[in-house]
Design a protein around this ligand. Structure first.
Ligand code: FRU
Length: 534
């Protein structure tokens, strides 16, 4: 991708500013010389291997399905500005969920309203009757959001509608009898996610309202019956429930089948703002019943898809072939607290790396783990590996000569954990740093981006250190660190605890160090790969 370096000329700024940000306030002597520094901006901030819209605003992933060798990703898009506005469905395709090709806009707003979040299914048996001449219909199910009604102060301005495509998602025809679910008098009533339920031979829709998930079923995607609700008083409720997903999964390698409900909410996320929690349970075709461990789940619980601040509204791909069998997930890599203010102008927001989800049983409890999809590994180029490194104080592990730290996959292992803090540091020579790691004394992971470059565009971006509980009880700690231009994704303990956050350093990261805060330790293994993209 084309990089534009903006040259900013600073007049009469202490020279020390350019060597260490920390020193900037200490050197008060006036300087008259002119210095110049190239700072990263806009296109430099654009990720190498995370999807971003070519231009302007993006939020939630929508309508994700797989068909004929392609993964489709639609997304909430405002093509005319870099902030949220009248919502369209943008579209991108990929054959590996890593390299994306943006397509023309798929669905436009109309007189019934903006096209809010929703899903798409491959209607192989033509249950909808939209198929013609043997062509498989793809059916999109979305929320119409009527801005006129909202302005008037109505409460019934959101309803569910469908559209179909007979050319693999390129062009869409809206159903003439929309909406298919009228608003029953609920203000927040949106984000339909539809899944084929092969067990009960029906389509299931989950829909979010302010404080609960509604379950509907249908035989033809046009006529829907409301069956049940879930969630009032269970789990986190610090904000509005949005963007649910619901699907069956086997537990590990067993034949035990459970149903997973993913439920985003905003605000009320684990570290503030937007976040995505999950529930595991059973489904009889009409009603979802959570497992014992989740029956009385309180506000501050440990069941989150991602504990970092920047993974929201994530959902899974529909129509993954059974022989493949994976549950594949991707989220929006931002947070409503500051998404519209982040320091990029021509484009705004990226998606997370696609992830494979697993449902596991750990000490009798059901948990979801996630790891980057294996397709990412085919982008590995240069490799750097080292073993048994003694970490004493701050120890450099990787520098940009070995692996450029704007496109890297790094795996590490530390055995025999002690009650201490294991802290990684990404830094550049101007003193900017991103700190992350694990504190075994309180069994918490953390990310601290307060000195990671531009932070003051929002009070809520970096004022608090983000934390995450350790779910695993293993004596060894392993992790996969995925770094792109402006994001870090941390998959600890095989993905049992995940943290994703974005950052905007003025200069590229040059060094990855590991720090022993209280006594030395051994880093058993580190394996780093350059991820190569055109
Ligand atoms: C979540 C969300 C959805 C809504 C969409 C509008 O980020 O608020 O609930 O459908 O964004 O763009």
């Amino acid at each position: 991708m084309k990089k534009i370096i903006y040259l900013i000329v600073y007049m009469a700024i202490p020279v020390s500013f350019f060597t260490s940000c920390k020193d900037a306030t200490e050197n008060t002597e006036p300087q008259t010389e002119t210095a110049s520094v190239e700072v990263q901006k806009d296109e430099d901030f654009r990720p190498n291997f995370h999807f971003t819209p070519e231009k302007n605003w993006m939020n939630d992933p929508n309508g994700m399905f797989y068909f004929n060798g392609y993964f489709h990703l639609f997304f909430q898009h405002y093509p005319d500005d870099n902030v949220w506005g009248p919502m369209h469905w943008g579209h991108a395709i990929s054959n590996d969920m890593i390299s994306w090709k943006e397509q023309p806009i798929a669905i436009y707003p109309d007189e019934k309203g903006y096209i809010f979040s929703g899903s798409a299914v491959v209607d192989k048996n033509n249950t909808s009757g939209f198929g013609k001449n043997g062509k498989t219909p793809i059916v999109a199910i979305f929320t119409y959001h009527d801005p006129k009604g909202e302005k008037k102060g109505d409460i019934d301005y959101q309803s569910q509608a469908i559209a179909y495509s007979l050319d693999e998602g390129q062009t869409w025809t809206k159903y003439e009898s929309n909406p298919v679910i009228e608003n029953p008098g609920i203000k927040d009533f949106r984000d339909p996610k539809v899944t084929w339920d092969g067990i009960h031979q029906q389509w299931i829709m989950v829909l979010a309202t302010y404080e609960k998930t509604l379950f509907y079923t249908s035989k033809d995607l046009k006529n829907w019956t409301r069956q049940s609700d879930f969630g009032e008083g269970i789990g986190a409720h610090g904000g509005v429930w949005e963007c649910p997903d619901f699907f069956p999964m086997y537990v590990g390698d067993t034949n035990e089948l459970k149903w997973v409900l993913i439920q985003s909410l905003n605000p009320g996320g684990y570290n503030g703002g937007s976040g995505t929690q999950y529930f595991v349970g059973d489904f009889d075709g009409k009603t979802f019943t959570p497992v014992e461990q989740m029956k009385d789940l309180g506000e501050k619980h440990p069941y989150w898809m991602d504990f970092g601040k920047d993974n929201y509204a994530g959902v899974t791909w529909a129509n993954i072939p059974e022989e493949n069998g994976r549950t594949l997930f991707l989220g929006w890599m931002s947070n409503w607290q500051y998404a519209q203010k982040v320091p990029t102008e021509t484009w705004r927001s990226a998606m997370t790396v696609a992830r494979e989800l697993k449902l596991e049983k750990l000490d009798g409890k059901y948990i979801i783990s996630s790891v980057p999809v294996q397709e990412l590994q085919s982008y590995r180029s240069k490799k750097y590996k080292d073993q048994n490194i003694q970490i004493d104080g701050l120890t450099k592990i990787i520098d940009s000569e070995k692996i450029a730290l704007n496109s890297a996959e790094i795996r590490f292992e530390i055995s025999d954990l002690k009650e201490k803090k294991y802290q990684f540091k990404l830094s550049n020579s101007t003193g900017e740093e991103l700190l992350f790691g694990y504190d075994h004394s309180d069994k918490e992971f953390f990310i601290n981006r307060s000195k990671a470059g531009q932070v003051d565009f929002s009070e809520e971006f970096a004022s608090k250190i983000s934390t995450a509980p350790r779910i695993s009880t293993a004596e060894n700690l392993d992790g996969t660190i995925i770094i792109d231009q402006t994001s870090i994704e941390l998959f600890f303990d095989g993905g049992k605890t995940v943290m994703t956050e974005i950052f905007f350093p003025n200069h590229p990261w040059e060094t990855l160090s590991l720090q022993s805060v209280d006594g030395s330790f051994t880093l058993n293994e580190i394996e780093a790969y350059q991820l190569k993209f055109n």
